[in-house]
Design a protein around this ligand. Structure first.
Ligand code: C5P
Length: 232
């Protein structure tokens, strides 16, 4: 797996998702399936999208006691997704249990990445609600390092953190970065954004792009623009 654009399919139903994916008659985008679509449609949506030839990032952000996460991951491993994730806040033992659960009898497994601090959490909320008093970038790097020590493959992070994650955890530790916008596009509710070309320059491994593609007048052209700015 190398650099790629992952399209966040934040749709409410299989019908809407397939109407969108049907527009792609050439290259098949790497697809992110999140909680809304997965909870609405169940595992069949993963199997159907996979059967159409897409790679899949299943973004369910697991966070529970180690035994429960291990058992949940052992169900997810049978869905044959390419990447899935969990919250690093679940601790190193939860992440180690997740890897055990995700690993198939033949030793293979999907890539497993960790959410550090959500990009919707700022310093103030972290101190007030979580009683974590350290600077947020130090917390993010600590979570990334713990995820690496637990054997995970990378983290979801802001594109602004990707370079530092690579410095802290090594170049092969994957950075998967949402918050990507075209220079001439709407930023919507994202606060700290980067263009695909900037994300490439600072070394993101995968960019996750939703509305700049899904809400574009010509989604295929918007996707191809992302690919040519980020990958080619
Ligand atoms: O439409 P947009 O490009 O903002 O979509 C970004 C996608 O990445 C959404 O599915 C969002 O939930 C997800 N995401 C994010 N920030 C994070 C983690 C995930 O925007 N920190």
């Amino acid at each position: 797996m190398g650099k790629d654009v992952i399209v966040a399919c934040d749709f409410k139903s299989a019908e809407d998702t397939f109407a969108f994916l049907d527009k792609f008659t050439g290259r098949k985008p790497f697809v992110k399936i999140g909680m809304e679509l997965f909870y609405a449609e169940g595992p069949s949506i993963v199997r159907e999208i996979k059967a159409r030839g897409h790679k899949i990032f299943l973004d369910l952000k697991l966070h529970d006691i180690p035994n429960t996460v291990k058992k949940a991951m052992s169900v997810l491993r049978n869905l044959d997704v390419d990447i899935t994730n969990l919250h690093a806040a679940g601790t190193k033992s939860m992440m180690e249990a997740a890897i055990e659960g995700l690993t198939r009898p033949d030793g293979t497994r999907p890539l497993l990445i960790a959410v550090t601090q959500l990009t919707s959490t700022d310093q103030e909320a972290m101190e007030r609600d979580l009683l974590i008093k350290e600077p947020i970038d130090k917390v993010v790097m600590h979570y990334a390092k713990t995820a690496k020590d637990a054997g995970l493959d990378g983290v979801v992070c802001s594109p602004l953190e990707a370079e530092k994650v690579h410095d802290t955890c090594g170049k092969t530790f994957l950075t998967v970065t949402p918050g990507v916008r075209f220079a001439d596009g709407d930023i919507g509710d994202q606060k700290r954004v980067m263009t695909p070309a900037e994300a490439k320059k600072i070394g993101s491994d995968y960019i996750v792009v939703g509305r700049p593609i899904t809400a574009a007048d010509d989604p295929v052209a918007a996707y191809e623009r992302c690919v040519s700015d980020f990958v080619d």
